[in-house]
Design a binder for this molecule. Structure first.
Ligand code: AVJ
Length: 309
């Protein structure tokens, strides 16, 4: 965190968004009219759940493992499709936020009989370890919601390879990825009229005030959403509205901001058709199928673990 604020330009890592308040703000974002990602991906699942699950199963029983599961809201459609083919389903939810997981576990087990939720409180970006499936069972790893888009291409490649090393031949990985589209649509999705995304971005400062005794005044920073065409990504920044100095009591440290200086808080990469399939191939997967919505705004790609790791 401190290194990021000493860099030029200043940066803060996106995982800082997701304290309890930030996770709630993100849930609100997913319901905004401008934030098309969640509802578009959900519509793809609703339409193609049976095909997705059938491709992944290849005639065997399935087990689901979701990375960054959060509330696992969209995954429920796929769970129901799996339960139409088999009795009982193990759903392994991997996340670093145990409170969100506990709520999801209780809800899912109550509302979808037959699902057994196992909580895996792990940071999947740093070498996670899954237990072996039962023989005859296939694992479907879900990495959806365009979460992959938060990572630089080389980090994303490293995560996909790490997932591959945990799988047996014939297991699969389902990736949800946001696609390049009109700049206006992208800008609105990351700078909504109600200001929820602005609050989400600034929540990082509120969190640092609480966790590290910092004295950020969130009103002295503005939310900025930028489309970076060259890098094919949406960026979020916080722009300082004044020359100011912020003190971190817990670190006995201070940092200065010039008027107009920015903190880069997030990248959300946007892909072109074929990009995700190429990333999967490079990580040891054969792309089995791709599903998209009518407008071509979002895609869901199923990769099958190939026999060479
Ligand atoms: C959860 C990383 C997919 O990049 O769209 C929402 C987070 N940032 N609005 C995204 C986010 C701003 C989101 N991901």
């Amino acid at each position: 965190m401190r290194t990021g604020l000493c860099s030029q330009p200043k940066t803060l890592p996106p995982w800082l968004f997701y304290d309890e308040a930030g996770s709630q703000l993100f849930e609100q974002i997913t319901e905004l009219p401008e934030y098309y990602l969640t509802r578009t991906e959900r519509a793809i699942f609703e339409r193609h759940a049976a095909a997705i699950v059938e491709h992944a199963a290849g005639g065997r029983r399935l087990r689901f493992t979701e990375l960054g599961a959060g509330s696992a809201e969209k995954t429920r459609v796929l769970m129901k499709a799996a339960l139409a083919r088999q009795s009982g389903l193990i759903f392994e939810a991997v996340d670093v936020s145990p409170t969100a997981l506990l709520v999801a576990q209780a809800r899912i087990e109550r509302e979808i009989p037959g699902v057994k939720v196992d909580l895996l409180d792990m940071d999947y970006t740093n070498g996670f370890k899954l237990c072996a499936c039962d023989p005859g069972e296939r694992r479907l790893v879900l990495y959806i919601g365009s979460s992959i888009g938060n990572f630089e291409p080389d980090e994303a490649a490293r995560i996909l390879r790490k997932v591959r090393t945990q799988l047996n031949e014939g297991d699969s990985l389902l990736l949800g990825a946001d696609l390049v589209k009109d700049e206006e649509l992208l800008l609105d999705a990351y700078d909504d009229a109600a200001g929820v995304t602005a609050a989400f971005n600034k929540n990082m400062l509120v969190r640092l005030n609480r966790d590290l005794g910092a004295d950020f005044d969130p009103a002295l920073f503005d939310h900025r959403a930028v489309w970076n065409e060259t890098m094919s990504r949406m960026e979020m920044h916080l722009e300082s509205l004044a020359d100011q100095r912020v003190r971190f009591a817990a670190l006995d440290w201070e940092v200065e901001f010039g008027e107009g200086e920015t903190i880069h808080t997030e990248n959300s990469y946007k892909y072109r058709p074929g990009d995700i399939e190429a990333m999967l191939k490079a990580a040891g997967f054969e792309s089995a199928a791709t599903w998209t919505d009518e407008r071509g705004w979002f895609e869901v790609v199923l990769g099958k673990a190939a026999n060479s790791k």
